[in-house]
Design a protein around this ligand. Structure first.
Ligand code: GDP
Ligand code: MG
Length: 437
């Protein structure tokens, strides 16, 4: 599946400190294949991977994340942007707001009409009216009436007429008379796009001047969904897309392609047959779904948030001058802790989550160390070398630990300082090498 493919793609990057032309090209090839498998069309996949490659090249990889994770983050951001970046709300300010529903047969128009009425009544405090505009199949009118009853929304029906334009207009008039501030017009579909259908729906549009025209499409139809979307948009210039049947393991790649081909926002997704199975479309969530990496992205984000480059530079300077002290040490501990619960953090790394499920990782591991540092005076924190035996005893008492723990920390700190100094000073390192027998 997509997850495995991405895992494999990221393996190429494992252990590399920097993202380079060669390793990113290999990875992007894998990712392009994975996207194509997830129903993203070729052109979109290519543009996307080219963009990600440009952004990734030459990026320095932060110490706390791997190149693969950084790349995931870049991809997630790019995907989110490609799908519109933010949530796109319905424009329902006009009274009454007319919403026209369009799409092929079986796409889920009637089901969505019911869901939308339910959502607007329940979540937005609106008083919707449903209009049965599919005049060709009596069963279609019945279906909408049943749904209307289920969600407690009135349905305008005219079984005498077979003129969808007239019915739509009557529906809007009915809404005005009854004080309905939303009119949702369900329409007939076709098995495929044809001229008669397009003419009919265009005529309904002209007659009712809808504020929103929502194009409903079955996400399981993959590439066909993109072609249909383009044909409908060319004729109707719709205001938004509804992706249905995204429940189960549908891959969601259609969301990416449709947005990039017609450049209209996806507003809702249908996730089941029930009236409650409707979600507002969140580009960031869909990006994670397409990447199949969910939590890795938030891990990377958290790591990046905590990584303050300026702070790091300051620290480098202090280490070089051998001025790294207990204040800095405490800041480091806090940085690590800010990233969250240790077990949670490790659990987000693919492959590790399951492995550590039953292992106890002590979140309190830093507690005694922090207590000891807290018991030092400001002078002592800045001058670790001045902490003699008498001071250590006092610190042990004050922190509720014991002299052994304080000595252990002092020793660890001294060792750490030594290593840091060596690493930050290439001169010393080479001298040491030269002095080796
Ligand atoms: P229309 O011809 O466009 O009006 O399509 P319908 O609303 O009649 O839906 C066609 C079929 O798809 C029905 O069996 C619906 O229950 C089903 N359906 C619609 N939306 C969804 C969805 O989001 N998930 C699933 N699983 N089924 C859906
Ligand atoms: Mg229908």
């Amino acid at each position: 599946n997509l997850q495995d493919k991405l895992d494999r793609a990221f393996k190429v990057l494992k252990g590399q400190g920097n993202i380079t032309e060669i390793n990113v090209a290999e990875t992007m090839k894998e990712i392009r294949k994975a996207l194509l498998d997830a129903d993203v069309n070729y052109k979109t996949a290519k543009t996307f991977t080219d963009d990600v490659k440009q952004k990734a090249l030459g990026q320095n990889v932060l110490t706390s994340i791997s190149p693969g994770q950084l790349l995931t983050k870049i991809m997630n951001d790019e995907l989110t942007a490609l799908m519109g970046g933010t949530v796109s709300d319905l424009d329902i300010s006009t009274n009454p707001t007319v919403i026209l529903i369009a799409g092929l047969n079986g796409a889920g128009k009637t089901t969505f009409s019911g869901k939308l009425a339910n959502y607007l009544r329940d979540k937005k405090g609106k008083k919707p009216l449903l209009v049965a505009g599919d005049v060709y199949r009596p069963a279609a009118v019945d279906q909408l009436q049943v749904l209307g009853e289920q969600v407690n929304v009135p349905v305008y029906v005219n079984r005498e007429s077979n003129d969808p334009v007239a019915i739509a207009k009557e529906g809007v008039e009915e809404a005005k008379r009854n004080g309905n501030n939303i009119v949702i017009i369900d329409t007939a579909g076709r098995l495929a796009i044809d001229e008669a259908l397009m003419n009919e729906i265009s005529a309904v549009k002209d007659a009712t001047k809808p504020h929103e025209i929502l194009f409903v499409v079955d996400s399981m139809t993959g590439q066909d969904a993109v072609n249909t979307a383009k044909a409908f948009n060319d004729r109707l210039d719709f205001t938004g897309v509804v992706l249905t049947k995204l429940d189960g393991d549908t891959r969601g790649g259609a969301a990416l392609s449709i947005k990039s081909v017609v450049n209209k926002p996806i507003k809702f997704i249908g996730t089941g047959e029930k009236m409650e199975a409707l979600d507002v479309f969140h580009p960031d969530r869909m990006a994670s779904r397409i990447l199949g990496m969910g939590d890795v992205v938030s891990l990377v984000e958290r790591a990046q948030q905590q990584f303050d480059e300026k702070q790091a530079a300051e620290l480098q300077k202090k280490i070089r001058k051998n001025k790294f002290d207990f204040n800095d040490f405490k800041t480091q501990i806090q940085q690590i802790k800010k990233m969250g619960n240790m077990k949670d953090l490790m659990g987000m790394i693919p492959g590790i989550g399951k492995a550590i499920k039953d292992v106890d990782i002590d979140d309190n591991a830093f507690k005694p160390i922090e207590a000891i540092i807290d018991s030092m005076t400001p002078f002592e924190r800045e001058n670790p070398d001045a902490i003699d035996a008498k001071r250590r005893l006092r610190i042990a008492k004050g922190s509720g630990t014991n002299i052994n723990e304080v000595n252990k920390l002092m020793k660890q700190f001294a060792d750490m300082r030594k290593v840091m100094k060596q690493m930050s000073n290439p001169g010393i390192a080479s001298k040491m090498m030269r002095n080796m027998p």
